[in-house]
Design a binder for this molecule. Sequence first.
Ligand SMILES: [Zn+2]
Length: 129
Amino acid sequence: MSNYPAGVTGREFAIAGYDSEEESYRECGKFGYARVLTYDALREIDRIKVLLAEIAEGKKPASLAATLIVNLDYLVKHRFNGVEIEECPFAGDVTVSWYGKQGDWTCPLCSYEHHEDAPEPDEDWGRDR
Ligand SMILES: [Zn+2]
Protein backbone atom coordinates (compact mmCIF):
# COMPACT_ATOMS: atom_id res chain seq x y z
CA MET A 1 0.00 0.00 0.00
CA SER A 2 1.17 3.48 -0.77
CA ASN A 3 0.58 6.52 1.35
CA TYR A 4 -1.02 8.39 -1.56
CA PRO A 5 -4.67 9.43 -1.45
CA ALA A 6 -7.24 7.55 -3.54
CA GLY A 7 -6.70 8.14 -7.23
CA VAL A 8 -3.08 9.20 -6.83
CA THR A 9 -0.57 6.65 -8.03
CA GLY A 10 2.68 8.46 -7.31
CA ARG A 11 3.47 8.42 -11.01
CA GLU A 12 2.09 11.95 -11.45
CA PHE A 13 4.58 14.48 -12.73
CA ALA A 14 4.41 16.60 -9.56
CA ILE A 15 5.48 13.58 -7.50
CA ALA A 16 7.61 11.44 -9.76
CA GLY A 17 9.21 14.14 -11.89
CA TYR A 18 10.51 13.31 -15.32
CA ASP A 19 10.84 9.69 -16.37
CA SER A 20 14.03 10.32 -18.27
CA GLU A 21 16.21 12.94 -19.86
CA GLU A 22 18.22 12.73 -23.04
CA GLU A 23 20.60 14.93 -24.97
CA SER A 24 19.12 15.20 -28.41
CA TYR A 25 19.31 17.33 -31.54
CA ARG A 26 16.47 19.83 -31.97
CA GLU A 27 15.67 22.82 -34.15
CA CYS A 28 13.58 25.65 -32.70
CA GLY A 29 12.02 27.58 -35.59
CA LYS A 30 9.71 29.54 -33.31
CA PHE A 31 8.21 32.77 -34.60
CA GLY A 32 7.33 35.36 -32.05
CA TYR A 33 7.13 38.91 -30.83
CA ALA A 34 9.79 40.94 -29.14
CA ARG A 35 9.45 44.21 -27.27
CA VAL A 36 11.73 46.97 -28.51
CA LEU A 37 11.99 50.25 -26.65
CA THR A 38 11.10 53.34 -28.66
CA TYR A 39 13.83 55.78 -29.63
CA ASP A 40 12.32 58.38 -27.28
CA ALA A 41 12.43 55.87 -24.42
CA LEU A 42 16.09 55.11 -25.11
CA ARG A 43 16.89 58.85 -25.05
CA GLU A 44 15.10 59.19 -21.71
CA ILE A 45 17.06 56.24 -20.31
CA ASP A 46 20.24 57.99 -21.42
CA ARG A 47 19.11 61.14 -19.57
CA ILE A 48 18.36 59.08 -16.44
CA LYS A 49 21.85 57.61 -16.66
CA VAL A 50 23.35 61.13 -16.54
CA LEU A 51 21.18 62.04 -13.53
CA LEU A 52 22.22 58.84 -11.71
CA ALA A 53 25.88 59.73 -12.29
CA GLU A 54 25.22 63.17 -10.82
CA ILE A 55 23.57 61.57 -7.77
CA ALA A 56 26.62 59.32 -7.38
CA GLU A 57 28.89 62.38 -7.51
CA GLY A 58 26.76 64.20 -4.95
CA LYS A 59 25.65 66.88 -7.44
CA LYS A 60 21.99 65.84 -7.16
CA PRO A 61 20.11 64.71 -4.01
CA ALA A 62 19.85 60.95 -3.46
CA SER A 63 16.09 61.34 -3.01
CA LEU A 64 15.86 61.91 -6.78
CA ALA A 65 16.72 58.23 -7.31
CA ALA A 66 13.23 57.10 -6.26
CA THR A 67 11.67 59.28 -8.96
CA LEU A 68 14.10 57.94 -11.55
CA ILE A 69 13.19 54.36 -10.65
CA VAL A 70 9.49 55.14 -11.23
CA ASN A 71 10.38 56.73 -14.57
CA LEU A 72 12.45 53.71 -15.64
CA ASP A 73 9.65 51.36 -14.63
CA TYR A 74 7.21 53.33 -16.78
CA LEU A 75 9.57 53.31 -19.76
CA VAL A 76 10.11 49.56 -19.81
CA LYS A 77 6.42 48.77 -19.24
CA HIS A 78 4.80 51.24 -21.62
CA ARG A 79 7.24 52.76 -24.09
CA PHE A 80 7.96 49.95 -26.49
CA ASN A 81 6.84 48.66 -29.82
CA GLY A 82 6.00 45.03 -30.44
CA VAL A 83 7.93 43.71 -33.39
CA GLU A 84 7.74 40.35 -35.02
CA ILE A 85 11.03 38.53 -34.72
CA GLU A 86 12.58 36.17 -37.19
CA GLU A 87 12.19 32.45 -37.04
CA CYS A 88 14.46 31.38 -34.18
CA PRO A 89 17.59 29.89 -35.79
CA PHE A 90 18.58 27.61 -32.93
CA ALA A 91 19.71 24.13 -33.94
CA GLY A 92 21.75 21.87 -31.72
CA ASP A 93 21.79 19.45 -28.82
CA VAL A 94 19.44 20.17 -25.93
CA THR A 95 18.25 18.26 -22.87
CA VAL A 96 14.81 16.79 -23.58
CA SER A 97 12.91 15.74 -20.44
CA TRP A 98 10.42 12.95 -21.02
CA TYR A 99 7.36 12.31 -18.92
CA GLY A 100 5.52 9.42 -20.46
CA LYS A 101 5.01 10.33 -24.11
CA GLN A 102 5.45 14.06 -23.51
CA GLY A 103 8.84 15.61 -24.13
CA ASP A 104 9.78 19.08 -22.86
CA TRP A 105 12.76 21.21 -23.80
CA THR A 106 13.58 24.90 -23.64
CA CYS A 107 15.26 26.70 -26.50
CA PRO A 108 18.57 28.11 -25.16
CA LEU A 109 18.39 30.99 -27.64
CA CYS A 110 14.83 32.36 -27.35
CA SER A 111 13.68 30.56 -24.16
CA TYR A 112 10.56 29.15 -25.86
CA GLU A 113 9.32 26.04 -24.03
CA HIS A 114 8.72 23.28 -26.52
CA HIS A 115 6.35 20.40 -25.78
CA GLU A 116 6.32 17.44 -28.09
CA ASP A 117 4.79 14.00 -28.31
CA ALA A 118 6.93 10.91 -28.63
CA PRO A 119 6.62 9.37 -32.08
CA GLU A 120 4.04 6.58 -32.20
CA PRO A 121 5.56 3.15 -32.62
CA ASP A 122 5.12 1.82 -36.14
CA GLU A 123 2.17 -0.57 -35.85
CA ASP A 124 3.07 -2.44 -39.03
CA TRP A 125 6.56 -3.21 -37.85
CA GLY A 126 7.05 -6.89 -37.20
CA ARG A 127 3.80 -7.95 -38.90
CA ASP A 128 4.12 -10.84 -41.36
CA ARG A 129 7.58 -11.70 -40.17
ZN1 LIG B 1 14.23 29.37 -30.08
